[in-house]
Design a binder for this molecule. Sequence first.
Ligand SMILES: NC(=O)c1ccc[n+]([C@@H]2O[C@H](COP(=O)([O-])OP(=O)(O)OC[C@H]3O[C@@H](n4cnc5c(N)ncnc54)[C@H](OP(=O)(O)O)[C@@H]3O)[C@@H](O)[C@H]2O)c1
Length: 313
Amino acid sequence: MDKNSKIYVAGHHGMVGSAIIRRLHDQGYQNLVLRTSKELDLRRQAEVERFFEEEQPEYVFLAAAKVGGIMANQSYPADFMYDNMIMEMNVIHSAYGIGVKKLMFLGSSCIYPRLAPQPMPESCLLTSSLEQTNEAYALAKISGLKYCEYLNRQCGTDYISVMPTNLYGPNDNYHPEHSHVLPALIRRFHEAREAGKEEVVIWGSGKPLREFLYVDDLADACVYLMNTYSGNETVNLGTGKEVSIAQLAELVKEAVGYKGKITYDPSKPDGTPRKLLDVSKLNALGWTYQTELEEGIRLAYEDFKNSEVRAER
Ligand SMILES: NC(=O)c1ccc[n+]([C@@H]2O[C@H](COP(=O)([O-])OP(=O)(O)OC[C@H]3O[C@@H](n4cnc5c(N)ncnc54)[C@H](OP(=O)(O)O)[C@@H]3O)[C@@H](O)[C@H]2O)c1
């Protein structure tokens, strides 16, 4: 990408899209095309085609998606499949239609089989069954990355896909019921501290191992790979490091300054014992993460406090 290249970031209000915007601005890219979902509903094929015809972007980051936790995925699988599949197809097909030079499709590590080897290499895609709880979302994401691959093979495009691990950081979702584990812990420890509660109870045994990548590092990797990587196989984006939920809870407790105790409720489900991406391909491509979890949690907590101030205004 040249500094003057016209770049469309789909989903720029989201956690990932907004981080990509910050990274592009930091690196001097100024010619960005942006639309909220209200301005351009990516499920509307004719409107998406018209947008591409009119704006003629040269590069596209596809970070728009219908995203949700386990409950939402289980309750609305038809919506998750339809919205994501149609958004991806509309954007990728319209990009191809006007000759976009390069497109990056963002997926998620849930595309890999339920019983994938750990750490999960890119090559384990479609080797066995998916996790049932988010199968519809995963199938839509697999279709998006496969459509990029098929266009590359059939039409000679240069469309790439990346699969991030669990992300956290500015613009995360801190909703009390619908948030992911890290932002949920930030909120719970913060509220426990404010209310002077003596203990925070955490679901499960605390033993499952998870990987977390700070979203500004993710954005840095996306811009880096957009400029340096071409290929049909997806690229895992993670740190390659894992922590237990109990270790994570201690880190969040520390960052928030909560002085009470943590207890675990093993009657609640743990989920899969281990979920870690194999990031050897990413590292071999010349990229590694910068932000350690302690620092990232500190920055995320600052963002959480600011989001509370924003919400009160
Ligand atoms: N969060 C994670 O931990 C994580 C981990 C791995 C991968 N990812 C991937 O990263 C991508 C972005 O995730 P995120 O966490 O940034 O999600 P997010 O914060 O929920 O943002 C999603 C964005 O998609 C846009 N969008 C949704 N429906 C749309 C529609 N019909 N038309 C146009 N735009 C629409 C929304 O636009 P408006 O705000 O304008 O409504 C929103 O900005 C997803 O593909 C996700 O799978 C996320």
